[in-house]
Design a protein around this ligand. Structure first.
Ligand SMILES: [Zn+2]
Length: 436
């Protein structure tokens, strides 16, 4: 281990209690996406205390601190601010119903710990490039009603925090993004290095319009919106054989409303739908099938369909473990395994959007028990969940930016983005009329 590597580890160890206290404080005050005011204020105060220039109120609650004195590539570390709706969690907020059952508070702790080490003068002097610490809002799904409210409050792409921040240009100066999360797939080791491919999704709110009639006297004069809905969902079941294994398709329908009273033919149904798949093409093609199922069922019964396409998240593009991250984890007393191209996570995250624009260096970590988003989720190993991830972030950044940022420049050179900011925003506007 060289002197700077030792220094990074030593600084984080010296601030161990402070980092854990911050994590626990955030965990005790969970807040929902785009409304993480208290969490954001805490993160901002901490980063300001390190002498960093801090910009707040980005996409409502985002906080970005910069250390930009030097030329060279910019590495942006992401920490997610929001908690997940999980009323039954013992640490849930009784008013807003959210809990840190996805471990985002641990991400913030890791980012803060990395900031402590990377703002040290001697460490900074060894780096050729800049680092941003970006606490971002709203990773978890934002439902249709909340999106309407957010749009009125000026959020252009209310589907997710990262998407809105891309639109606002808040990632314009980022060259490489670093993300971390608690393990999202079954992993025995302490660390999982790299980004497993994940599903992306699109969503819709479908309104089925039928015609009311007395359920017993003259049902033949009615058009049953519930029958249209259940027929459409059955058709989707029969469509399963057209889904290819490699597309990892998942269809979800939740019926929010289906008629009002039992003695009238239901004249209106409202359904929220979600299509998950492994590529943008598969999402689009499957969405069309789902739309045809609703249209076909409505045609058969003589009803009508209105649909509101809702932006989802893009799939995560697989990225193997970068050498700089492997080199870093070797300095820690920890077990690890590297992401394989065949690894797949059926869940979705808005990190997927970032992987279409930037090289995203990611790792996940253990130190918890229970299910993600479940009432039994809890951190059981503070060292592994809060401290070691901070070290891995900081050491990886050191290895990226030392020696004239040789490794960071190589990663940037080799990366082929799917979109730039403009084509990304255009894609979202073209496909999701909610954002027009
Ligand atoms: Zn999460």
């Amino acid at each position: 281990m060289n002197h700077i590597e030792e220094k990074i580890i030593q600084i984080i160890d010296e601030h161990r209690e402070e980092i854990i206290a911050l994590a626990k404080d955030i965990q005790s005050h969970p807040e929902p996406g785009f409304y993480e005011e208290r969490t954001a204020a805490h993160v901002a105060a901490f980063l300001r205390g390190l002498g960093l220039r801090v910009h707040g109120g980005l996409a409502r609650t985002g906080v970005r601190a910069e250390w930009m004195e030097q030329d060279g590539p910019n590495i942006t570390i992401i920490g997610e601010l929001d908690a997940i709706g999980c009323k039954s969690h013992p640490m849930a907020d009784p008013v807003n119903g959210t809990a840190h059952a996805c471990g985002h508070h641990a991400q913030i702790a890791a980012m803060i710990g990395a900031a402590l080490a990377l703002t040290n003068e001697e460490v900074q002097a060894s780096l050729s490039g800049s680092v941003s610490f970006f606490a971002v809002p709203a990773e978890e799904y934002i439902d249709a009603d909340k999106r309407v409210r957010l749009r009125k409050e000026g959020i252009g792409f209310p589907a997710s925090g990262k998407s809105e921040l891309i639109r606002l240009g808040e990632f314009d100066h980022s060259d490489i993004i670093m993300t971390t999360h608690v393990h999202m797939m079954p992993v025995e080791e302490d660390f999982y290095l790299g980004n497993a491919a994940c599903n992306g999704f699109s969503a819709e709110r479908v309104t089925v319009r039928g015609k009311a009639a007395h359920a017993a006297i003259d049902p033949w004069d009615g058009v049953n919106a519930l029958s249209i809905t259940s027929s459409a969902i059955q058709m989707m079941g029969l469509m399963r054989e057209t889904f290819r294994e490699e597309d990892h398709v998942r269809l979800h329908n939740v019926i929010r409303k289906a008629g009002d009273v039992i003695n009238a033919v239901p004249d209106e149904a409202v359904i929220e739908t979600k299509v998950r798949a492994a590529s943008l093409e598969a999402i689009r093609a499957t969405q069309e099938k789902m739309d045809r199922a609703y249209d076909g069922a409505a045609y058969a019964f003589g009803g009508k369909i209105k649909r509101e396409p809702l932006q989802g998240y893009m799939p995560v593009i697989h990225r193997g473990a970068d050498e700089v991250m492997k080199e870093s984890v070797e300095l820690l007393d920890a077990t690890y395994r590297c992401s394989r191209p065949s690894d797949f996570n059926n869940a979705c995250t808005d990190v997927g959007d970032l992987t279409h624009l930037f090289p995203v260096l990611n790792f996940t970590f253990g130190g918890f028990e229970g299910k993600l988003h479940g009432a039994d989720f809890q951190i059981t190993d503070e060292e592994l969940a809060y401290i070691k991830p901070a070290k891995l972030l900081a050491l990886t950044i050191y290895h990226l930016l030392r020696d004239q940022a040789k490794e960071a420049k190589k990663i940037c050179r080799e990366f082929k983005p799917v979109f730039n900011k403009e084509s990304y925003c255009q894609y979202i506007r073209d496909n999701f009329s909610e954002n027009e």
